[in-house]
Design a protein around this ligand. Structure first.
Ligand SMILES: Nc1ncnc2c1ncn2[C@@H]1O[C@H](COP(=O)(O)OP(=O)(O)OP(=O)(O)O)[C@@H](O)[C@H]1O
Ligand SMILES: [Mg+2]
Length: 461
Protein backbone atom coordinates (compact mmCIF):
# COMPACT_ATOMS: atom_id res chain seq x y z
CA UNK A 1 0.00 0.00 0.00
CA UNK A 2 1.18 3.52 -0.76
CA UNK A 3 0.61 6.11 1.94
CA UNK A 4 0.07 9.68 0.74
CA UNK A 5 0.45 12.49 3.27
CA UNK A 6 -0.85 15.89 2.22
CA UNK A 7 -3.26 18.37 3.75
CA UNK A 8 -4.69 19.19 0.35
CA UNK A 9 -7.80 17.16 -0.45
CA UNK A 10 -7.48 17.53 -4.17
CA UNK A 11 -3.90 16.24 -4.15
CA UNK A 12 -4.94 13.16 -2.21
CA UNK A 13 -7.89 12.54 -4.50
CA UNK A 14 -5.91 12.84 -7.73
CA UNK A 15 -3.05 10.67 -6.50
CA UNK A 16 -5.35 8.00 -5.19
CA UNK A 17 -7.05 7.91 -8.57
CA UNK A 18 -3.71 7.69 -10.35
CA UNK A 19 -2.53 4.72 -8.27
CA UNK A 20 -5.86 3.01 -8.67
CA UNK A 21 -5.41 3.21 -12.43
CA UNK A 22 -2.03 1.54 -12.01
CA UNK A 23 -3.48 -1.18 -9.82
CA UNK A 24 -1.69 -0.03 -6.67
CA UNK A 25 -3.69 0.31 -3.47
CA UNK A 26 -3.13 3.63 -1.73
CA UNK A 27 -4.41 5.59 1.20
CA UNK A 28 -4.42 9.32 1.83
CA UNK A 29 -3.98 10.98 5.24
CA UNK A 30 -3.85 14.67 6.11
CA UNK A 31 -1.45 15.00 9.03
CA UNK A 32 1.84 13.68 10.38
CA UNK A 33 0.09 12.03 13.36
CA UNK A 34 -2.32 10.20 11.11
CA UNK A 35 0.58 9.11 8.93
CA UNK A 36 2.52 7.62 11.86
CA UNK A 37 -0.58 5.80 13.10
CA UNK A 38 -1.23 4.38 9.65
CA UNK A 39 2.39 3.19 9.43
CA UNK A 40 2.16 1.44 12.81
CA UNK A 41 -0.75 -0.57 11.47
CA UNK A 42 1.64 -2.04 8.86
CA UNK A 43 1.19 -3.00 5.23
CA UNK A 44 2.73 0.16 3.80
CA UNK A 45 5.36 -0.16 1.04
CA UNK A 46 6.08 3.49 0.32
CA UNK A 47 5.25 7.00 1.52
CA UNK A 48 4.69 10.11 -0.57
CA UNK A 49 4.66 13.19 1.63
CA UNK A 50 4.23 16.89 1.29
CA UNK A 51 6.50 19.13 3.37
CA UNK A 52 3.83 21.25 5.06
CA UNK A 53 0.60 20.09 6.64
CA UNK A 54 -2.05 22.50 7.87
CA UNK A 55 0.45 25.30 8.66
CA UNK A 56 3.09 26.89 6.50
CA UNK A 57 6.28 25.87 8.30
CA UNK A 58 8.89 26.16 5.58
CA UNK A 59 8.97 22.43 5.48
CA UNK A 60 10.10 21.78 9.05
CA UNK A 61 6.99 19.75 9.69
CA UNK A 62 7.67 17.59 6.66
CA UNK A 63 11.33 17.11 7.55
CA UNK A 64 10.37 16.12 11.11
CA UNK A 65 7.93 13.53 9.78
CA UNK A 66 10.52 12.16 7.38
CA UNK A 67 13.04 11.77 10.18
CA UNK A 68 10.55 9.96 12.41
CA UNK A 69 9.60 7.59 9.61
CA UNK A 70 13.29 6.90 8.89
CA UNK A 71 13.88 6.09 12.56
CA UNK A 72 11.00 3.71 12.93
CA UNK A 73 10.98 2.19 9.44
CA UNK A 74 14.49 2.58 8.04
CA UNK A 75 13.86 0.51 4.91
CA UNK A 76 10.62 2.20 3.90
CA UNK A 77 11.12 4.51 0.90
CA UNK A 78 9.82 8.07 1.30
CA UNK A 79 9.26 10.37 -1.68
CA UNK A 80 9.00 14.08 -0.95
CA UNK A 81 6.89 16.66 -2.71
CA UNK A 82 8.44 20.13 -2.72
CA UNK A 83 7.97 23.37 -4.56
CA UNK A 84 10.34 24.32 -7.38
CA UNK A 85 11.44 27.43 -5.58
CA UNK A 86 12.32 25.46 -2.49
CA UNK A 87 14.74 22.95 -3.82
CA UNK A 88 17.06 23.31 -0.84
CA UNK A 89 14.35 21.63 1.16
CA UNK A 90 14.44 18.68 -1.21
CA UNK A 91 18.19 18.52 -0.75
CA UNK A 92 17.82 18.55 3.03
CA UNK A 93 15.28 15.76 2.67
CA UNK A 94 17.59 13.66 0.51
CA UNK A 95 20.30 14.09 3.13
CA UNK A 96 17.84 12.90 5.77
CA UNK A 97 17.31 9.72 3.78
CA UNK A 98 14.41 10.40 1.40
CA UNK A 99 14.34 8.01 -1.56
CA UNK A 100 13.51 10.75 -4.08
CA UNK A 101 11.78 14.08 -4.48
CA UNK A 102 9.23 15.51 -6.90
CA UNK A 103 8.67 19.18 -7.45
CA UNK A 104 5.35 20.93 -7.95
CA UNK A 105 3.73 21.03 -10.39
CA UNK A 106 4.28 17.38 -11.22
CA UNK A 107 3.08 15.14 -14.01
CA UNK A 108 1.49 11.75 -13.47
CA UNK A 109 4.30 10.13 -15.39
CA UNK A 110 6.85 11.59 -12.99
CA UNK A 111 5.05 10.28 -9.95
CA UNK A 112 4.54 6.77 -11.26
CA UNK A 113 8.15 6.67 -12.49
CA UNK A 114 9.48 7.77 -9.09
CA UNK A 115 7.26 5.31 -7.24
CA UNK A 116 8.10 2.33 -9.45
CA UNK A 117 11.81 3.08 -9.26
CA UNK A 118 11.80 3.45 -5.48
CA UNK A 119 9.85 0.21 -5.02
CA UNK A 120 12.09 -1.72 -7.39
CA UNK A 121 15.21 -0.44 -5.67
CA UNK A 122 13.91 -1.70 -2.34
CA UNK A 123 12.96 -5.04 -3.90
CA UNK A 124 16.41 -5.44 -5.42
CA UNK A 125 18.10 -4.61 -2.13
CA UNK A 126 20.13 -1.88 -3.81
CA UNK A 127 19.35 0.62 -1.09
CA UNK A 128 19.86 -1.65 1.87
CA UNK A 129 23.61 -0.94 2.01
CA UNK A 130 26.36 -3.18 0.70
CA UNK A 131 25.91 -6.91 1.21
CA UNK A 132 27.98 -8.45 3.98
CA UNK A 133 28.94 -11.53 2.03
CA UNK A 134 31.15 -11.06 -1.01
CA UNK A 135 29.05 -11.98 -4.04
CA UNK A 136 30.16 -14.83 -6.21
CA UNK A 137 31.28 -14.02 -9.76
CA UNK A 138 29.80 -17.19 -11.25
CA UNK A 139 26.43 -16.39 -9.70
CA UNK A 140 26.57 -12.83 -11.10
CA UNK A 141 27.41 -14.18 -14.54
CA UNK A 142 24.42 -16.48 -14.50
CA UNK A 143 22.15 -13.50 -13.93
CA UNK A 144 23.82 -10.67 -15.85
CA UNK A 145 25.95 -9.98 -18.88
CA UNK A 146 29.24 -8.71 -17.44
CA UNK A 147 31.35 -10.40 -20.08
CA UNK A 148 33.17 -7.16 -20.93
CA UNK A 149 34.24 -6.61 -17.35
CA UNK A 150 37.04 -8.43 -15.60
CA UNK A 151 36.46 -8.35 -11.86
CA UNK A 152 37.31 -10.95 -9.26
CA UNK A 153 38.56 -8.82 -6.41
CA UNK A 154 35.98 -8.47 -3.60
CA UNK A 155 35.96 -4.68 -4.07
CA UNK A 156 34.93 -5.09 -7.71
CA UNK A 157 32.50 -7.93 -7.01
CA UNK A 158 30.58 -5.62 -4.67
CA UNK A 159 30.39 -3.02 -7.42
CA UNK A 160 29.12 -5.58 -9.93
CA UNK A 161 26.56 -6.81 -7.44
CA UNK A 162 25.20 -3.27 -7.03
CA UNK A 163 25.27 -2.70 -10.80
CA UNK A 164 23.23 -5.86 -11.28
CA UNK A 165 20.68 -4.75 -8.73
CA UNK A 166 20.10 -1.28 -10.15
CA UNK A 167 20.46 -2.08 -13.85
CA UNK A 168 16.86 -3.23 -14.37
CA UNK A 169 15.40 -0.12 -12.70
CA UNK A 170 15.06 3.37 -14.12
CA UNK A 171 17.07 4.90 -11.28
CA UNK A 172 19.58 7.55 -12.28
CA UNK A 173 23.07 6.34 -11.45
CA UNK A 174 26.17 8.42 -10.85
CA UNK A 175 29.43 6.57 -11.42
CA UNK A 176 32.53 8.05 -9.84
CA UNK A 177 36.12 6.92 -9.87
CA UNK A 178 39.59 7.90 -10.98
CA UNK A 179 40.41 8.14 -14.63
CA UNK A 180 40.73 4.77 -16.33
CA UNK A 181 38.85 2.75 -13.69
CA UNK A 182 36.18 1.59 -16.13
CA UNK A 183 33.32 4.07 -15.61
CA UNK A 184 32.22 3.94 -19.21
CA UNK A 185 32.31 0.16 -19.16
CA UNK A 186 30.03 0.16 -16.12
CA UNK A 187 27.63 2.61 -17.78
CA UNK A 188 27.38 0.27 -20.77
CA UNK A 189 26.83 -2.68 -18.46
CA UNK A 190 23.95 -0.85 -16.76
CA UNK A 191 22.32 -0.30 -20.13
CA UNK A 192 23.00 -3.79 -21.44
CA UNK A 193 21.41 -5.36 -18.38
CA UNK A 194 18.32 -3.18 -18.42
CA UNK A 195 15.02 -3.61 -20.27
CA UNK A 196 16.21 -0.74 -22.49
CA UNK A 197 19.06 -2.81 -23.94
CA UNK A 198 17.65 -2.82 -27.46
CA UNK A 199 17.08 0.92 -27.45
CA UNK A 200 19.75 3.59 -28.02
CA UNK A 201 22.68 4.18 -25.68
CA UNK A 202 23.71 7.79 -26.31
CA UNK A 203 27.00 8.97 -24.93
CA UNK A 204 27.66 12.68 -24.40
CA UNK A 205 30.95 14.12 -23.23
CA UNK A 206 29.80 17.18 -21.31
CA UNK A 207 33.35 18.35 -20.79
CA UNK A 208 33.48 19.11 -24.50
CA UNK A 209 30.26 21.12 -24.75
CA UNK A 210 30.41 24.84 -24.07
CA UNK A 211 27.39 26.48 -22.47
CA UNK A 212 26.59 28.35 -25.69
CA UNK A 213 26.18 25.05 -27.54
CA UNK A 214 24.62 23.09 -24.71
CA UNK A 215 20.97 23.59 -25.59
CA UNK A 216 21.20 22.94 -29.29
CA UNK A 217 23.39 19.91 -28.65
CA UNK A 218 21.19 18.37 -25.98
CA UNK A 219 17.72 19.50 -27.03
CA UNK A 220 18.20 20.05 -30.75
CA UNK A 221 17.09 23.01 -32.83
CA UNK A 222 14.68 23.79 -35.62
CA UNK A 223 15.85 25.14 -38.97
CA UNK A 224 16.63 28.84 -38.63
CA UNK A 225 16.74 28.80 -34.82
CA UNK A 226 20.00 30.77 -35.01
CA UNK A 227 22.22 32.14 -37.76
CA UNK A 228 24.04 28.93 -38.57
CA UNK A 229 21.08 26.62 -38.13
CA UNK A 230 20.65 25.69 -41.79
CA UNK A 231 19.04 22.39 -40.95
CA UNK A 232 16.91 21.13 -38.11
CA UNK A 233 18.84 18.93 -35.73
CA UNK A 234 17.76 16.36 -33.16
CA UNK A 235 19.17 16.75 -29.70
CA UNK A 236 20.90 14.02 -27.73
CA UNK A 237 17.98 13.56 -25.37
CA UNK A 238 15.61 12.93 -28.25
CA UNK A 239 18.09 10.52 -29.85
CA UNK A 240 18.19 8.60 -26.57
CA UNK A 241 14.40 8.37 -26.35
CA UNK A 242 13.36 4.96 -25.01
CA UNK A 243 16.97 4.18 -24.09
CA UNK A 244 19.77 5.50 -21.93
CA UNK A 245 21.73 8.73 -22.04
CA UNK A 246 25.26 8.62 -20.62
CA UNK A 247 26.44 12.02 -19.42
CA UNK A 248 30.20 11.67 -19.17
CA UNK A 249 32.47 14.17 -17.36
CA UNK A 250 29.44 15.65 -15.63
CA UNK A 251 31.72 17.48 -13.18
CA UNK A 252 32.96 19.66 -16.04
CA UNK A 253 29.52 21.03 -16.89
CA UNK A 254 29.30 24.80 -16.56
CA UNK A 255 26.87 26.23 -14.01
CA UNK A 256 24.69 27.86 -16.65
CA UNK A 257 24.17 24.50 -18.33
CA UNK A 258 23.59 22.72 -15.04
CA UNK A 259 20.29 24.48 -14.44
CA UNK A 260 19.11 23.58 -17.96
CA UNK A 261 20.00 19.97 -17.36
CA UNK A 262 18.21 20.01 -14.03
CA UNK A 263 15.04 21.17 -15.76
CA UNK A 264 14.88 18.26 -18.13
CA UNK A 265 15.81 15.76 -15.46
CA UNK A 266 13.05 17.12 -13.28
CA UNK A 267 10.26 17.19 -15.84
CA UNK A 268 11.50 14.87 -18.58
CA UNK A 269 10.30 17.48 -21.01
CA UNK A 270 12.31 19.94 -23.06
CA UNK A 271 11.93 22.57 -25.70
CA UNK A 272 13.70 22.31 -29.01
CA UNK A 273 15.66 25.50 -29.64
CA UNK A 274 13.59 27.85 -31.79
CA UNK A 275 10.31 26.13 -31.07
CA UNK A 276 8.08 26.67 -28.09
CA UNK A 277 6.30 23.36 -27.70
CA UNK A 278 7.49 21.10 -24.94
CA UNK A 279 8.35 17.54 -25.88
CA UNK A 280 8.43 14.62 -23.50
CA UNK A 281 11.23 12.09 -23.46
CA UNK A 282 11.64 8.76 -21.75
CA UNK A 283 15.32 8.35 -20.94
CA UNK A 284 17.32 6.68 -18.24
CA UNK A 285 20.16 8.88 -17.05
CA UNK A 286 23.61 7.60 -16.16
CA UNK A 287 26.40 10.03 -15.44
CA UNK A 288 30.09 9.73 -14.64
CA UNK A 289 32.87 11.86 -13.26
CA UNK A 290 36.39 11.53 -11.98
CA UNK A 291 35.96 14.62 -9.82
CA UNK A 292 34.72 14.80 -6.25
CA UNK A 293 31.28 16.31 -6.79
CA UNK A 294 30.58 16.81 -3.10
CA UNK A 295 33.66 18.95 -2.83
CA UNK A 296 32.70 20.74 -6.02
CA UNK A 297 29.31 21.50 -4.47
CA UNK A 298 31.04 22.96 -1.40
CA UNK A 299 33.16 25.24 -3.55
CA UNK A 300 30.15 26.42 -5.53
CA UNK A 301 31.09 24.71 -8.79
CA UNK A 302 28.22 22.24 -8.86
CA UNK A 303 24.52 22.52 -8.01
CA UNK A 304 23.56 20.40 -5.05
CA UNK A 305 20.02 19.79 -6.32
CA UNK A 306 21.44 18.49 -9.60
CA UNK A 307 23.75 16.17 -7.68
CA UNK A 308 20.77 14.63 -5.88
CA UNK A 309 18.91 14.29 -9.16
CA UNK A 310 21.79 12.40 -10.68
CA UNK A 311 22.74 10.07 -7.88
CA UNK A 312 19.67 8.27 -6.75
CA UNK A 313 22.21 5.48 -6.74
CA UNK A 314 25.92 6.13 -6.68
CA UNK A 315 28.49 3.63 -7.81
CA UNK A 316 32.06 4.30 -6.77
CA UNK A 317 34.65 2.46 -8.77
CA UNK A 318 37.73 1.55 -6.73
CA UNK A 319 41.11 2.45 -8.17
CA UNK A 320 43.20 -0.43 -9.45
CA UNK A 321 45.41 -0.10 -6.33
CA UNK A 322 42.37 -0.89 -4.21
CA UNK A 323 41.66 -4.13 -6.11
CA UNK A 324 45.00 -5.65 -6.90
CA UNK A 325 43.35 -9.05 -7.08
CA UNK A 326 42.02 -7.95 -10.48
CA UNK A 327 45.47 -7.30 -11.93
CA UNK A 328 46.42 -10.88 -12.86
CA UNK A 329 43.09 -11.61 -14.62
CA UNK A 330 43.23 -8.22 -16.36
CA UNK A 331 46.77 -8.97 -17.57
CA UNK A 332 45.50 -12.28 -18.92
CA UNK A 333 42.58 -10.61 -20.67
CA UNK A 334 44.66 -7.88 -22.31
CA UNK A 335 47.46 -10.22 -23.44
CA UNK A 336 44.87 -12.55 -24.93
CA UNK A 337 43.17 -9.70 -26.73
CA UNK A 338 46.45 -8.37 -28.15
CA UNK A 339 47.46 -11.84 -29.31
CA UNK A 340 44.19 -12.07 -31.13
CA UNK A 341 44.63 -8.62 -32.63
CA UNK A 342 48.17 -9.24 -33.90
CA UNK A 343 47.60 -12.87 -34.82
CA UNK A 344 50.16 -14.45 -32.51
CA UNK A 345 50.35 -16.58 -29.39
CA UNK A 346 49.64 -14.67 -26.18
CA UNK A 347 52.76 -13.53 -24.34
CA UNK A 348 53.31 -15.44 -21.10
CA UNK A 349 54.31 -13.19 -18.20
CA UNK A 350 56.96 -14.68 -15.92
CA UNK A 351 56.20 -14.85 -12.21
CA UNK A 352 58.44 -11.90 -11.45
CA UNK A 353 56.84 -9.84 -14.24
CA UNK A 354 53.39 -10.61 -12.91
CA UNK A 355 54.47 -9.68 -9.40
CA UNK A 356 55.88 -6.38 -10.67
CA UNK A 357 52.61 -5.64 -12.47
CA UNK A 358 50.57 -6.51 -9.40
CA UNK A 359 52.62 -4.26 -7.14
CA UNK A 360 52.70 -1.07 -9.19
CA UNK A 361 50.43 1.81 -8.26
CA UNK A 362 48.87 2.42 -11.69
CA UNK A 363 47.81 6.07 -11.40
CA UNK A 364 46.11 5.68 -14.80
CA UNK A 365 44.37 2.54 -13.52
CA UNK A 366 43.07 -0.13 -15.90
CA UNK A 367 43.67 2.00 -18.97
CA UNK A 368 47.35 2.41 -18.10
CA UNK A 369 47.74 -1.31 -17.50
CA UNK A 370 46.07 -2.00 -20.82
CA UNK A 371 48.38 0.39 -22.67
CA UNK A 372 51.51 -0.94 -20.99
CA UNK A 373 50.67 -4.48 -22.05
CA UNK A 374 49.74 -3.41 -25.55
CA UNK A 375 53.16 -1.79 -25.92
CA UNK A 376 54.81 -4.86 -24.50
CA UNK A 377 53.18 -7.03 -27.13
CA UNK A 378 54.46 -4.72 -29.87
CA UNK A 379 58.01 -4.60 -28.57
CA UNK A 380 58.76 -8.00 -27.07
CA UNK A 381 59.70 -10.68 -29.56
CA UNK A 382 59.95 -13.89 -27.54
CA UNK A 383 57.12 -15.88 -26.00
CA UNK A 384 57.69 -14.60 -22.49
CA UNK A 385 57.13 -11.23 -20.91
CA UNK A 386 60.07 -10.68 -18.55
CA UNK A 387 60.61 -8.27 -15.74
CA UNK A 388 63.35 -6.55 -17.75
CA UNK A 389 60.99 -5.91 -20.64
CA UNK A 390 58.50 -4.29 -18.31
CA UNK A 391 61.12 -2.15 -16.63
CA UNK A 392 62.27 -0.94 -20.01
CA UNK A 393 58.72 -0.10 -21.03
CA UNK A 394 58.14 1.76 -17.80
CA UNK A 395 61.28 3.73 -18.48
CA UNK A 396 60.14 4.48 -22.02
CA UNK A 397 56.92 5.80 -20.52
CA UNK A 398 58.57 8.15 -18.09
CA UNK A 399 62.01 9.13 -19.36
CA UNK A 400 62.10 12.59 -20.87
CA UNK A 401 64.91 11.58 -23.25
CA UNK A 402 62.64 8.93 -24.60
CA UNK A 403 59.82 11.36 -24.95
CA UNK A 404 62.15 13.14 -27.27
CA UNK A 405 62.90 9.91 -29.03
CA UNK A 406 59.19 9.24 -29.62
CA UNK A 407 58.55 12.60 -31.18
CA UNK A 408 55.66 14.40 -32.76
CA UNK A 409 55.40 13.95 -36.54
CA UNK A 410 58.06 15.79 -38.46
CA UNK A 411 60.40 16.54 -35.59
CA UNK A 412 62.66 13.54 -36.14
CA UNK A 413 63.60 11.25 -39.00
CA UNK A 414 63.08 7.52 -38.84
CA UNK A 415 66.85 7.03 -38.59
CA UNK A 416 67.11 9.41 -35.67
CA UNK A 417 64.30 7.61 -33.96
CA UNK A 418 65.90 4.24 -34.53
CA UNK A 419 69.16 5.53 -33.14
CA UNK A 420 67.45 6.91 -30.03
CA UNK A 421 65.59 3.66 -29.47
CA UNK A 422 68.73 1.53 -29.75
CA UNK A 423 70.64 3.88 -27.43
CA UNK A 424 67.89 3.67 -24.80
CA UNK A 425 67.75 -0.11 -25.01
CA UNK A 426 71.52 -0.50 -24.79
CA UNK A 427 71.57 1.66 -21.69
CA UNK A 428 68.71 -0.23 -20.14
CA UNK A 429 70.17 -3.68 -20.76
CA UNK A 430 73.66 -2.52 -19.77
CA UNK A 431 75.05 -3.14 -23.23
CA UNK A 432 73.74 -6.70 -23.50
CA UNK A 433 73.51 -6.82 -27.28
CA UNK A 434 71.83 -10.22 -27.38
CA UNK A 435 68.99 -9.02 -25.15
CA UNK A 436 68.60 -5.72 -27.01
CA UNK A 437 68.41 -7.56 -30.34
CA UNK A 438 65.71 -9.80 -28.92
CA UNK A 439 63.69 -6.93 -27.53
CA UNK A 440 63.87 -4.97 -30.77
CA UNK A 441 63.12 -7.97 -32.91
CA UNK A 442 66.45 -7.90 -34.76
CA UNK A 443 69.13 -10.52 -35.32
CA UNK A 444 72.40 -9.78 -33.54
CA UNK A 445 74.00 -9.13 -36.91
CA UNK A 446 71.31 -6.66 -37.94
CA UNK A 447 71.65 -4.84 -34.64
CA UNK A 448 75.45 -4.64 -34.97
CA UNK A 449 75.12 -3.24 -38.49
CA UNK A 450 72.79 -0.52 -37.24
CA UNK A 451 75.02 0.27 -34.26
CA UNK A 452 77.92 0.64 -36.63
CA UNK A 453 75.94 2.93 -38.89
CA UNK A 454 74.96 5.16 -35.96
CA UNK A 455 78.37 4.97 -34.33
CA UNK A 456 77.10 3.27 -31.19
CA UNK A 457 79.15 1.02 -28.91
CA UNK A 458 77.68 -1.25 -26.28
CA UNK A 459 80.22 -0.24 -23.65
CA UNK A 460 79.92 3.48 -24.31
CA UNK A 461 76.14 3.56 -24.09
N1 LIG B 1 37.12 -4.19 -15.29
C1 LIG B 1 37.57 -4.06 -16.54
N2 LIG B 1 37.70 -5.15 -17.32
C2 LIG B 1 38.17 -5.03 -18.58
N3 LIG B 1 38.55 -3.88 -19.15
C3 LIG B 1 38.45 -2.76 -18.42
C4 LIG B 1 37.96 -2.81 -17.07
N4 LIG B 1 37.96 -1.55 -16.59
C5 LIG B 1 38.42 -0.76 -17.57
N5 LIG B 1 38.72 -1.47 -18.67
C6 LIG B 1 39.29 -0.94 -19.92
O1 LIG B 1 40.12 0.16 -19.55
C7 LIG B 1 39.92 1.26 -20.42
C8 LIG B 1 39.42 2.46 -19.66
O2 LIG B 1 38.10 2.24 -19.22
P1 LIG B 1 36.97 3.38 -19.27
O3 LIG B 1 37.08 4.16 -20.51
O4 LIG B 1 35.67 2.74 -18.97
O5 LIG B 1 37.49 4.25 -18.03
P2 LIG B 1 36.90 5.61 -17.44
O6 LIG B 1 36.76 5.39 -15.97
O7 LIG B 1 35.68 6.00 -18.20
O8 LIG B 1 38.10 6.62 -17.69
P3 LIG B 1 38.06 8.26 -17.86
O9 LIG B 1 37.73 8.84 -16.53
O10 LIG B 1 39.46 8.56 -18.26
O11 LIG B 1 37.05 8.54 -18.92
C9 LIG B 1 38.95 0.79 -21.49
O12 LIG B 1 39.68 0.33 -22.60
C10 LIG B 1 38.21 -0.36 -20.83
O13 LIG B 1 37.77 -1.29 -21.76
MG1 LIG C 1 35.33 7.67 -19.42
Amino acid sequence: MILIVDDDHSVLASMELLFKQHGRPSRGVRSAEEALTALEAGGCDLVIQDMNFSRETNGEEGLALLKRIRQRHPLLPVILITAWGNISLAVAGMKAGAADFITKPWSNAQITQAVETALRLVESGARGGPPNAVPDRAALDRQFDFSMITGEDPAMLRVLDLVGRVAPTNASVLISGESGTGKELIAEALHRNSPRRNQPFVKVNLGGISSSLFESEMFGHVKGAFTDAHHARQGRFELAHGGTIFLDEIGDLELGSQVKLLRILQDRTFEVLGSSDARAVDVRVISATNRDLTRLVDSGGFREDLLYRLNLISVRLPSLRERRGDIPPLVGRFLQRCAHRYGREPLRPTDSALRWLAERDWPGNVRQLEQTLERAVLVVRGECLNLDDLRLLAELETRPTVERSLPSPGSMTLDEMERAMITTCLAHYHGNVTRVAEVLGLSRGALYRRMERYGLHPAAS
